[in-house]
Design a binder for this molecule. Structure first.
Ligand SMILES: [Zn+2]
Length: 277
């Protein structure tokens, strides 16, 4: 290599400072904080994640059987309304959309942009409004903590960056499936990608607090996970394939229970007793 052609020639000073400033700006923009104060890598604008969520949701509504029963739809709507009423900032303002899918598997999800799906099979496990609020609070927790964005961003920062960029630019159906799995609808599209334990415990704690604030009994969250585990004997509920249940999760919920019960007491004193049935 020509010796005169050294690094400083390749990168003149003003370029280097520009590059440094840009990298710094990118990192500052990328460094976000979760609702529980954890530092996160967030590379995509929320608007883009919202669009991806909305597109996936629309696709699901077109291709999967939707439960028309107004009773079940009203029931889920009632729980979602009570929970979303307690959300702050942008999350409290967006219209959360609810769809009940005719599907025997015990599953539910929430996508960026405020899109919620509940399978009819979930009612076998979430046996009352409190337990349904525990599932949906948890799912909403994933959305408001921007876990989907964080997963996509982490992948972007890793080796698959180029591939993901191609998907975002409009890739093949197979690639879109991979993206959906990053959004948290993994098991449904055949690519199982469990949420990390960190995301799970964060969603659990956000969900527990949210349900208690809305006037649902937080103790039922523990019962819900016990129900999930009981059902896990012969054929594990689909929810468990993307949401690993374990003793640790129940232990953590119980550890946060005193605070949640105090919150629940205050909600009840304020007259928050959602009568969803
Ligand atoms: Zn989860």
């Amino acid at each position: 290599m020509n010796r005169k052609y050294n690094r400083s020639r390749l990168w003149p000073n003003r370029w280097r400072s520009w590059l440094g400033a840009s990298l710094l700006a990118l990192l500052l923009a990328a460094c976000a904080t979760s609702p529980l104060g954890r530092k996160q890598l967030i590379l995509l604008p929320d608007s883009q994640m919202d669009q991806l969520g909305a597109a996936s949701y629309l696709d699901m509504k077109k291709t999967r059987p939707v439960e028309p029963d107004p009773h079940e739809n009203r029931y889920v709507r009632c729980v979602v309304d009570a929970l979303s009423h307690e959300l702050k900032g942008k999350w409290g303002k967006i219209p959360w959309e609810v769809t009940v899918f005719k599907d025997d598997t015990a599953n539910a999800f929430a996508l960026p942009g405020g899109k919620i799906g509940v399978h009819t099979g979930l009612f076998k496990v979430a046996k009352n409004r409190h337990q349904l609020a525990a599932v949906l609070g948890h799912e909403i927790g994933h959305v408001i903590a921007r876990h989907g964005n964080e997963r996509v961003s982490t992948n972007l920062a890793a080796q698959t960056g180029v591939q993901l960029a191609a998907i975002l630019a409009g890739g093949s159906a197979q690639k879109k499936k991979q993206l959906m799995s990053l959004l948290g609808v993994g098991a449904q599209v055949g690519v199982i990608l469990p949420f990390s334990r960190r995301h799970e415990s964060e969603a659990d704690l956000i969900g527990l607090d949210l349900m208690a604030r809305a006037g649902f009994d937080p103790r039922e969250a523990v019962k819900l996970w016990e129900n999930m585990q009981k059902l896990g004997g012969s054929k594990p509920p689909e929810f468990l394939s993307t949401h690993p249940a374990n003793e640790r999760r129940i232990f953590d919920l119980q550890r946060a229970m005193d605070g949640a019960l105090a919150q629940y007491g205050r909600a009840q004193a304020e007259g928050k007793r959602p009568r969803c049935h």
